[in-house]
Design a protein around this ligand. Structure first.
Ligand code: BGC
Length: 413
């Protein structure tokens, strides 16, 4: 079967009914992190016949090419978690004998669409996609669907399309609830009086479906304390959109939080809690607190991902907690599911029952409505990490090792 030579998008088209599109030329080497070595010839990429302006059906080039290729499209390698995800996924699928085409789109929506088009053209038999923008992949996934390539939304839900077969993630609402529960306990909110504490919120990227779940999980728990006046929000900024940070950027989170501290916390006002949706934003918020907050109290700072700089901050007392999601386990589920789908099975609950996983995972057919369909989901369980359980939960389990500087480093488990 014909394969292409470069990362330029190639959509092999049947030109008219019964006639195959003749192959094309391009010979530039593959860019990006792709391990697909044999490539198809480049073609003029188009989803419509430029002469007639008519949409042409795509050609299935993957089913009978004798190869099993898994296309993995990740949002960005700049955030630690995705770079770790990519490594785990690639290792799992390669160990099981699949070819892997792994691409990072560096938070550019167009680049991600282009990456997926490349994978379709390269003959991918399965797509694992973590969208940058949950709603921007409708058209490209229709193309995948047209040539029967199954799609798994990986960690982030893909919205507004029925061309997604499964979703694998952690229980995202629970992530927020764990952060909120930590704050509730750390500040002993059930026993606190009106006016007791000041809190500020930092949410994730609003284009990421997960961000809303994290926010709701935390906010549902803390809202009664805000309504009772026990928690006060001096900036007044507490809605999801007001507190969202584009691209989950550390720098933008720092900038916003410095602004808050310099506007609402002058004159000795105490900040008790910075409720941050994840570690990349917590890192920026912690920097802002270090440079622009001048009282001596310890501020409760939450996070998520157990990124290395944040674990260091937890050990050093600058961040209070993070929520750990074992990415290596998420990759194990991805392999089991991907394998079953590529073998022509129709996995459901039975995938979990037949596994020998040493971690919890539930099959959920109700929670993740993407605006078109409810996507069947495999959800893993997140856990709270503090200074007190880093050793038992992260080191003793082998997820992390202690690095040369004495701080935890993610293991290649
Ligand atoms: C993931 C988080 C991550 C965030 C930013 C979310 O979709 O679930 O683990 O912190 O993206 O990368």
């Amino acid at each position: 079967m014909m394969k292409k030579m470069n990362r330029t998008k190639v959509i092999c088209l049947a030109v008219i009914a019964g006639m195959m599109l003749s192959a094309c030329v391009g010979m530039t080497p593959a860019a990006n992190d792709s391990s697909v070595d044999q490539k198809v010839a480049d073609t003029t990429a188009a989803t419509s016949d430029s002469a007639s302006g008519q949409e042409q059906p795509l050609q299935d080039i993957h089913s009978n090419d004798g190869r099993e290729i898994v296309g993995i499209s990740m949002p960005s390698h700049l955030l630690e978690r995705w770079s770790r995800d990519g490594k785990h996924l690639k290792r799992q699928f390669k160990k099981a004998g699949y070819e892997v085409e792994l691409k990072y789109a560096d938070d550019l929506i167009d680049a991600q669409i282009h990456d997926i088009e490349d994978m379709i053209a390269d003959g991918a038999d399965l797509l694992l996609v973590s969208p940058i923008d949950a709603s921007s992949l409708v058209r490209v996934l229709e193309q995948a669907n047209e040539v029967n390539i199954p799609v798994i939304a990986y960690d982030r839900l893909i919205r507004k399309t029925s061309a997604v077969d499964y979703y694998i993630s952690f229980d995202n609402y629970m992530v927020g609830a764990l952060q909120g529960g930590y704050i509730e306990e750390a500040l002993d909110l059930p026993h606190a009086k009106e006016g007791a504490y000041n809190i500020e919120f930092t949410s994730g990227d609003s284009a990421d479906n997960n961000a809303r779940y994290f926010y709701n999980g935390m906010f549902d728990l803390l809202e009664p304390y805000i309504e009772a006046g026990i928690l006060q929000v001096p900036s007044g900024q507490m809605s999801y959109f007001e507190t969202a940070i584009s691209s989950w950027s550390t720098d933008l989170a720092e900038e916003r939080f410095s602004g808050l501290l310099n506007s609402y916390y002058l004159g000795g006002k105490r900040l008790d809690c910075a409720a941050c949706a994840n570690d990349s934003t917590a890192l920026g918020v912690t920097r802002a607190i270090t440079s622009d907050y001048h009282k001596k109290n310890t501020v409760v700072v939450t996070g998520q991902d157990a990124d290395q700089p944040n674990l260091k901050n937890i050990i050093d007392g600058k961040q209070s907690m993070t929520v750990y999601k074992a990415l290596s386990n998420e990759a194990v589920v991805a392999l089991a599911l991907g394998k079953a789908i590529m073998e022509g099975q129709d996995p459901k609950e039975d995938l979990i029952e037949a596994s020998d996983w040493d971690f919890d995972c539930v099959y959920d057919t109700e929670s993740y409505d993407n605006g078109k369909i409810v996507v069947p989901s495999y959800l893993l369980e997140p856990i709270v990490i503090t200074k007190d359980n880093i050793q038992t939960e992260l080191i003793d389990t082998g997820y992390y090792v202690i690095g040369e500087d004495g701080y935890p480093v993610a293991a290649t488990k």
